[in-house]
Design a protein. Structure first.
Ligand SMILES: [Zn+2]
Ligand SMILES: [Zn+2]
Length: 263
């Protein structure tokens, strides 16, 4: 399985694109601005979009992407998300004011997009790929996803604050790669707590719940462009001195758009 990182930044700027991951060219996980870099042919090949939540940085490219390729596709794009996320999209984006309701265009019987509700804990099989819906703790209903590859599971936290249920579950999964958000630096940790995001010192407490018997590479995502260097420095500092029962520091790396993870 190949996970192509289209965007993994907490905001936009030149060379900074918001969250979007492409799995084997067919499944998009989140549709942030990174998806806008795909060619028309690449966009057309996406049959399924899984959303973690309704925030704009995770859905911004979805309306434009659907508009770009729908007339070239023979089947609707399936959008999988929590019922609350689907309701938010319908009420606030595809409401015929901000953007057309593609679930009724060109007709309700044969629309450009179909919605499919997911629930935390559900094991989906999408285009032959096993995907589990993981819990997330955010300011709106949110999830993470675990996607099964040949070497184990690619686990993505989504946007989340402290999340004990997430660790309980992922410790039971043979995880090959963990992608976890750290949106803020420690100096903004009060804001991180309020916005239900992670900062490095909260990440340290979260990673303490990871099963030391199963170390795997950890990729940091969703950093604010202006704070990325500071966030990674703060993470390196805690990781060097508090391995939390691990024999060595975690293998923590910064995720970048353009990275391809083979799992
Ligand atoms: Zn969010
Ligand atoms: Zn976000």
């Amino acid at each position: 399985m190949k996970v192509r990182v289209l965007g993994c930044s907490g905001a936009i700027a030149r060379d900074c694109r918001t969250t979007s991951f492409l799995i084997d060219g067919r499944i998009l996980i989140d549709a942030g601005t990174g998806a806008g870099d795909l060619t028309l042919d690449e966009m057309q090949a996406i049959d399924h979009v899984l959303l973690t939540h309704s925030h704009l940085d995770h859905i911004a490219a979805l309306p434009l992407m659907l508009d770009a390729v729908s007339s070239r596709r023979l089947q609707p794009v399936q959008v999988h998300a929590l019922p609350e996320t689907i309701a938010a999209l319908q009420a606030h984006v595809f409401n015929n004011i901000i953007w057309p309701d593609f679930s009724r265009i060109p007709s309700s019987a044969a629309p450009f997009v179909r919605y499919s509700a997911v629930a935390v804990g559900q094991l989906l099989r999408i285009a032959g790929v096993a995907i589990e819906v993981l819990p997330a703790e955010h300011t709106v209903p949110a999830v993470g996803y675990a996607v099964q590859g040949e070497a184990g599971w690619w686990v993505y936290s989504g946007d989340t604050g402290r999340n004990p249920a997430f660790w309980r579950r992922v410790n039971q999964i043979p995880m090959a790669v963990l992608v976890i958000e750290t949106a803020f630096s420690n100096r903004e940790s009060a804001l991180a707590e309020r916005a239900l995001h992670l900062a490095p010192h909260i990440l340290a407490q979260e990673l303490a719940q990871l099963n030391p018997a199963r170390p795997c590479p950890i990729y940091i995502t969703h950093t604010k462009p202006s704070e990325t260097a500071l966030i990674m420095e703060e993470i390196r500092r805690f990781d060097a001195c508090t391995p939390h029962g691990f024999d060595a520091p975690h293998d923590i790396r910064w995720l970048q758009a353009g990275d391809v993870l083979s799992i």
